[in-house]
Design a protein around this ligand. Structure first.
Ligand SMILES: Cc1cc2nc3c(=O)[nH]c(=O)nc-3n(C[C@H](O)[C@H](O)[C@H](O)COP(=O)(O)O)c2cc1C
Length: 370
C-alpha cells in the first residue's frame, strides 16, 4: 500500500507528508480492528532474532529511531507494524515548536534527508501520557507492550546554557525516566542555535554527574544510554566514551545526523540552497558502521550498541550487527521504503544468520572482528 501512496506523499513537502502519514496513522490506530489486521500482516515470529540486553527482552532487534514519533502519538500503530522497540523523543523539558519551516528536505538521488527541525516536541506531559496509554492498552488485551525508550535532549534555547542547560536536562530526566524502559541522552543534535553543548569530554562530565546522581537515587537499575553524532573525531569519541564508562553508562546509540556533505549525488546547488541541517540515510551509512566498529573494539564488546544510519535492508542492518551493534534503528529508510521494511529486514536477517551458520542474532554481534 505504501508503494501506492508514496508517489503522492513525495509530491508534498516532506514535513507535510510526515504529518499526513501521522494523521492517517492516528486515525487508523483508533479504528476498531485495524491494529489486529496490521499485526497479522506485518508481525512475524522470529525467536532467533530475540535478544535480552540490559535485562530487557527485545522480541526483535529492529527499532524506530528518535525523531520519528517525538511525542508518542503513533505507538500503537508502530507496535502493530512489528518493531521490537522505539525511542520516543527527543523530549525536552520545555515544549518547543522548533525552527522555522521549511526544515526537512529529501535528497532522492542519495536516498537521504536533511533536517533542521530543531527539537520540536510537545514536552514531557504529552509523551508520558501517550506512553502510558500504549502500556494500558497492551495490558488490557493481554499483550506484552513494545519496549519504549525515552530520548531526552536539552531544550532548544540559546538562553539555556552552562549550569542552566544541565539543570534543564536533569529536570527532563526526572520527569521522563519513569516512563521509559530505558533512557537515551541525546547529546548530539546538530540543529540548535547553541550547537552541541555536551558532546565532548568536558561538556559531558557535569551532565553525567548530575543525571547519574539522580539515577543512582531513584532509578539505579534503569539502563541509561548516550547517543553520539557521526562527526566527532575518533579521538574525541574515544575520550567521550571513556568519561561515559566512568559514569556506568549502559550502552551507546550511534549515530545521529551529520553536518558533513561529502560524496552526495544530489547536485551541489540544491545542497547549498537547502543550507544547514543534519544529513541522514544512505549517505551516512558507511561512516555510521565505522563508528560502531570503533566503539565495539574500544569497549571490547562489553556494552550493547544500537546501530543506526542508513539502515534500508537486511544487509545494511547485518553490517551494523557484524560490526558490533546488538540492535538497529531506522528513520530515513522508513520514509523511502515504508512500513514493510521492518518485516523485510527481519526475514532477511533470519536468512543471513542461517547462511553464516549462526543460531541466534546474539552470536553474530561483532563477529567481523574475529
Ligand atoms: C526529521 C528527523 C528528525 C530527527 N529528530 C531526532 C530527535 O529529535 N532526536 C534524536 O536523537 N535524533 C533525531 N533524528 C536522528 C535519527 O534518530 C537518526 O539518528 C538519524 O536520522 C540516522 O538514522 P537514519 O539514517 O535511519 O535516518 C532525527 C532525524 C530526522 C530525519
Amino acid at each position: 500500500m505504501y508503494d501506492a501512496i508514496r508517489p503522492i506523499l513525495f509530491k508534498l513537502d516532506p514535513e507535510t507528508a510526515h504529518n499526513v502519514t501521522f494523521s492517517l496513522a492516528r486515525s487508523a490506530q483508533a479504528a476498531p480492528g485495524v491494529l489486529s489486521l496490521l499485526r497479522s500482516n506485518y508481525q512475524i515470529d522470529t525467536p532467533k532474532l530475540s535478544t535480552t540486553l540490559f535485562g530487557l527482552e527485545f522480541a526483535n532487534p529492529v527499532g524506530v529511531a528518535a525523531g520519528f514519533d517525538k511525542n508518542g502519538h503513533a505507538l500503537g500503530l508502530l507496535a502493530a507494524l512489528g518493531f521490537g522497540f522505539i525511542e520516543v523523543g527527543s523530549v525536552t523539558n520545555l515544549p518547543r515548536t522548533g525552527n522555522q519551516k521549511p526544515r526537512l528536505f529529501r535528497l532522492e538521488p542519495d536516498q537521504g534527508l536533511i533536517n533542521r527541525m530543531g527539537l520540536n516536541n510537545e514536552g514531557p506531559e504529552a509523551a508520558k501520557h501517550n506512553i502510558a496509554k500504549l502500556r494500558r492498552k497492551a495490558l488490557a488485551s493481554n499483550r506484552k507492550p513494545m519496549i519504549v525508550a525515552v530520548n531526552i535532549a536539552k531544550t532548544h534555547d540559546p538562553q539555556i546554557l552552562g549550569d542552566k542547560g544541565i539543570q534543564d536536562m536533569l529536570d527532563c530526566y526526572k520527569k521522563m525516566a519513569a516512563s521509559g524502559d530505558f533512557v537515551v541522552l541525546n547529546v548530539s543534535c546538530p540543529n540548535t542555535a547553541e550547537g552541541k553543548t555536551f558532546e565532548d569530554p568536558e561538556g559531558i562530565t557535569p551532565l553525567l554527574e548530575a543525571v547519574t546522581a539522580e539515577r543512582k537515587a531513584n532509578n539505579p537499575h534503569q539502563p541509561l544510554l548516550v547517543k553520539f553524532s557521526p562527526d566527532s573525531t575518533p579521538f574525541n569519541l574515544e575520550k567521550t566514551i571513556e568519561v561515559c564508562e566512568r559514569f556506568d553508562i549502559s550502552g551507546y546509540v550511534m549515530v545521529n545526523t551529520s553536518n558533513d556533505r561529502s560524496g552526495l549525488q544530489t547536485n551541489g546547488g540544491t545542497i547549498e540552497k537547502i543550507g544547514k541541517g543534519g544529513l541522514s540515510g544512505k549517505p551516512i551509512h558507511q561512516r555510521a558502521v565505522e563508528r560502531v566498529r570503533f566503539a565495539h573494539k574500544l569497549l571490547g564488546g562489553s556494552k550493547p550498541i544500537i546501530g543506526l544510519g542508513g539502515v534500508d535492508s537486511a544487509e545494511s542492518a547485518y553490517e551494523f550487527i557484524r560490526a558490533g551493534a546488538s540492535l538497529v534503528e531506522l528513520y530515513t529508510g522508513l520514509v523511502y521504503q515504508g512500513p514493510r521494511l521492518c518485516r523485510e529486514i527481519l526475514t532477511g536477517l533470519a536468512g543471513l544468520l542461517e547462511r553464516d551458520g549462526f543460531s541466534t542474532l546474539t552470536e553474530a554481534v561483532g563477529t567481523e572482528h574475529h
